[in-house]
Design a protein around this ligand. Structure first.
Ligand SMILES: [Zn+2]
Length: 218
């Protein structure tokens, strides 16, 4: 199934223009089986999203996009998170201590919010976002190179803030996941692959080919 693993909802991400219900409608039209809300430094939507999922039957997993002192990290499976910026390593350690998972968001985007060379020094990251719908092809390809070199799981996501971006990239999970427990278990296995939406369907991107420039996405 395909899941968009990094998305922003307007209630707690002030730079987003998207309401949850609209995101789910677009996600369904594109063929996504679940979505993830990863608001900036907030998991405020968690309770509402759980209620929404229960009512509609569409899985919505709430994580967080935490702006560590070295850059953005998306995490799932945690209850506690810092209320102020802390070093990336401290945040990763905190996620691990709670049994959660995390990945580096858009590590080479040119807005000083990616981990960049810190990818080489931090320990415990599970994955790396190699396709980000709001980042240049060049920066995404560089992320793919680092993921291969560092042996990290690879993900794709839209990082959407507006309707036209919902689901432009996503992550393929070989198994169906409906609960956060199932999502975390699948994530920890690491068999996911980045995917891109084009001509009405998702296409899985082979990271090695993408990194070599044999596949273009954007
Ligand atoms: Zn984001």
């Amino acid at each position: 199934m395909f899941i968009d693993t990094h998305m922003h909802e307007m209630t707690y991400s002030k730079d987003s223009f998207l309401k949850l219900d609209e995101m789910v409608q677009i996600a369904k039209e594109k063929g996504l089986g679940a979505i993830c809300i990863t608001d900036h430094d907030s998991m405020g939507l968690k309770e509402y999203a759980e209620e929404y999922s229960g009512r509609t039957g569409f899985p919505v997993f709430v994580g967080i996009e935490f702006f560590s002192l070295q850059g953005d990290i998306v995490a799932f499976g945690i209850d506690e998170y810092p209320k102020e910026r802390i070093p990336a390593q401290d945040f990763i350690d905190l996620v691990k201590a709670q049994g959660g998972v995390c990945f580096a968001a858009h590590p080479f985007r040119n807005n000083n919010r990616g981990l960049e060379e810190n990818l080489r020094t931090v320990k415990g990251l599970d994955g790396l976002e190699v396709l980000n719908g709001s980042t240049s092809e060049e920066a995404c390809r560089k992320a793919a190179r680092y993921a291969i070199e560092l042996g990290l799981f690879t993900l794709g996501s839209s990082d959407c803030h507006v309707p036209e971006k919902v689901g432009v990239c996503a992550t393929y999970f070989p198994e169906e996941v409906r609960t956060m427990e199932e999502f975390l278990a699948a994530f920890k296995k690491g068999e996911m692959k980045p995917a891109h939406y084009a001509d009405g369907a998702y296409r899985i991107i082979e990271v090695e080919k993408y990194e070599k420039g044999q596949v273009r996405v954007f």
